[in-house]
Design a binder for this molecule. Sequence first.
Ligand SMILES: O=C(O)CCC(=O)C(=O)O
Ligand SMILES: [Fe+2]
Length: 323
Amino acid sequence: MSATPTETPSTDDRAIKPVSMTGYDADFQAFSDALGASFTRYGFAVIADHGLDQQRIDAAINDAKAFFALPEDVKRQYHQPGTGGARGLTPFGVEAAKGAATVDLKEFWHVGRELPADHPYRKYMRDNLWPTEVEGFQPHLYGMFEDLDALGRKILRAIARYLELGDDYFEDKVEMGNSVLRMLHYPPVPADAPGVRAGAHEDINVITLLLGAEEAGLQLKEKDGSWLDIAPPPGALVVNIGDMLQRLTNHVLPSTTHRVVNPAPERRGFARYSTPFFLHFNPDFPIETLPSAVTPDNPDRYAGKTILAEDYLTERLREIRLL
Ligand SMILES: O=C(O)CCC(=O)C(=O)O
Ligand SMILES: [Fe+2]
């Protein structure tokens, strides 16, 4: 059916409706119900009024842009091949979606948690790398890591409420999580570019908090196989469920396939910058199906398959060519 001139072609009645973070303090139960309903339906939610300090975010994003603008040989000093891409730069043309024939059209920088000198998790987490070429990079990017870590934990309280687990269920399971902030750069796309900016994939972690998706391209896969534009309003936060939480909840909360397609011809000359924060469990957390998520209609899909978060992560990084 073709659109009549009075219709707005981009309006899709399947579109995700934003949930305002102001509801978190005003009516936590209603906020948690709305968020949980969005995750159950899409595996995604769009959060308006997230309350993050915009100046701190802008400072970090500007530093990332300055880093990506450096010469390739300077940037490559911060690439550590064979280490899972956990810290520093992963250059253009390395990461590919699981099973994909072509690589993604992106480069990215990873920041992880800073640990005290003698912390037992040091055996799982590497030290951060910090480029000396961009002044302020370290405090700005680590500030953004901490802000998103704190917001992610708040959002997990709402997810715990929705799942009737006790609001602080996730607290001690993620407090030293192996989370990473990914500063992503998708360079301008030539008219004949093969592949897509990011191939269809699911996120590995617990939840992902994504800023910067207002530059078009992000789509989620509906159950009928069609692709739905996510198109958040400017400044909104996109949150999605990752495979670890899907597994813990026996797929009650789905980890939905998503991708970033190349833009329309008039936007192909523009770079895209986005910043997912992949919130992870503590590395030694055993992911074991929640008893409350097992019902006669939804029998345990992972009976006898308890796996440590760290082992699950390693398995998945191999699949996406980062290990
Ligand atoms: O760039 C985006 O909007 C999404 C990126 C993404 O899905 C990812 O890096 O896992
Ligand atoms: Fe993703």
